[in-house]
Design a protein around this ligand. Structure first.
Ligand SMILES: *Cc1c(COP(=O)(O)O)cnc(C)c1O
Length: 389
């Protein structure tokens, strides 16, 4: 029995290897906010989602330690049993205030949040419309819901409207799901337009603000369902939904990943409270990641960044791996993003800019990309929305 199991695994791995898609774990030691030691080399990381470097903020670390001393390392049960320790109420209040909603519900992670929220809001009689480039956990939640899933072209509110016009009447409810800031492309969803068509077709809109919170604000009106994570600019771990009081109450009663999973450790919750306080009082610092991303796109000759994430599409996984190795030689850590995380043929370098990246290093990185990648024509300079797939 074990022989057939191992043969199955080895066969699958060999196929991945053949396509340059086999992945492996590298040990990363974080020395401070932006430096990582990997394979014995110290590299300047442009691959962390810690946009405000808060994972290493000493005051926040101290707050997490103090909470751990006081309340212990774990929550010890689901929040509905005995895991709802005293810091949760403060975190949920801070999140609701930051997002301008009546209430908030914190989950174990962003993935767990989407896997739990979506099946509460939609079921077999309903339709879910999803941007084709939305995050994997949105698709996971939609699949778990049993609703009919339809995809609309990336950032095309018009296409979403066409689908609603054609199919809305066949369903009880319609839920529209999109990333706010797209995690692998760095562009921003047309939230105001989506809100408008949602209203026209009596649909509900949920935006996943994993990469927005703290660094990219909603441009206009906010969606009624604001989901996100505490693992990116917040620097820690956990997911959340901010919404009206009745919706949050329903989520706490029905979301399976909330009910049947243990609460977050007290130290993690205390860290997130500290990060939200920091963000509320440091708007200039929070603007830095986007400013640095724009400095980079302008120096390379790419379209203006609209978030701290910049994608440089190189097509094949092999091209992207070669480019990443070349950057490591220069002292930069820029990891490759390959299918199935992104569509076939759009393997890329994904750069993330954080508040503490020195301008001189951003300029040096941009110079290398321009000379060694752009000038040599390795890249079509497209973002994935320009590609036909
Ligand atoms: C990272 C990410 C998630 C998952 O959040 P975790 O807290 O890491 O599980 C969800 N949605 C988007 C868009 C993300 O980028």
């Amino acid at each position: 029995m074990n022989a057939s199991l191992d043969a199955f695994a080895e066969g699958k791995l060999a196929a991945l290897e053949h396509q340059n898609l086999r992945r492996s774990l590298a040990e990363n030691r974080r020395d401070d906010a932006i430096w990582i030691t990997r394979g014995g080399r110290r590299l300047l990381s442009f691959s962390c989602n810690d946009y405000l470097n808060l994972s290493q903020n000493l005051e926040i670390v101290e707050a997490a330690i103090a909470a751990t001393r006081r309340f212990g390392v774990g929550a010890c049960a689901s929040r509905l049993v005995t895991g709802n320790h005293p810091l949760y109420a403060e975190l949920e209040e801070s999140l609701a205030t930051a997002k301008g909603t009546q209430a908030a519900c914190v989950f174990g992670s962003g993935y767990l949040a989407n896997a739990g929220i979506i099946p509460v809001l939609a079921g077999a009689a309903d339709m879910i419309l999803i941007d084709e480039l939305a995050h994997a956990c949105i698709w996971a939640g939609a699949t778990l819901s049993g609703a009919r899933i339809l995809r609309f072209r990336h950032n095309s509110a018009n296409h979403a409207a066409e689908i609603l016009a054609a199919h809305r009447a066949e369903h009880r409810h319609a839920l529209i799901l999109t990333d706010h800031v797209f995690s692998m492309d760095g562009d921003v969803a047309p939230v105001s337009e989506l809100l408008k068509i949602a209203e026209e077709h009596t649909a509900w809109l949920m935006c996943d603000d994993a990469h927005g919170l703290g660094v990219v604000a909603y441009a206009g009106a906010k969606p009624p369902l604001q989901m996100g994570t505490l693992s990116k600019a917040i620097g820690g771990y956990g997911g959340y939904l901010c919404a009206s009081a009745p919706v949050i109450d329903l989520i706490r009663n029905r979301a399976r990943t909330f009910i049947y999973s243990t609460g977050l450790p007290p130290g993690t919750v205390a860290g997130a409270i500290g990060a939200l306080k920091f963000i509320a009082k440091e708007p200039d610092y929070c603007a830095r990641p986007l400013q640095l991303a724009r400095r980079f796109t302008s120096a390379v000759g790419l379209p203006d960044a609209s978030s701290p994430i910049v994608a440089l599409i190189l097509g094949s996984a092999q091209n992207a791996l070669e480019a990443s190795r070349m950057l490591a030689e220069e002292g930069f850590l820029v990891t490759v993003i390959r299918p199935p995380t992104v569509p076939d043929g759009t393997a890329r370098l994904r750069f993330t800019f954080t508040a503490k990246h020195p301008e001189a290093e951003v300029d040096r990185l941009a110079g290398i990309i321009r000379r060694k990648i752009v000038a040599e024509g390795l890249s079509g300079l497209g973002r994935s929305q320009d590609l036909d797939f």
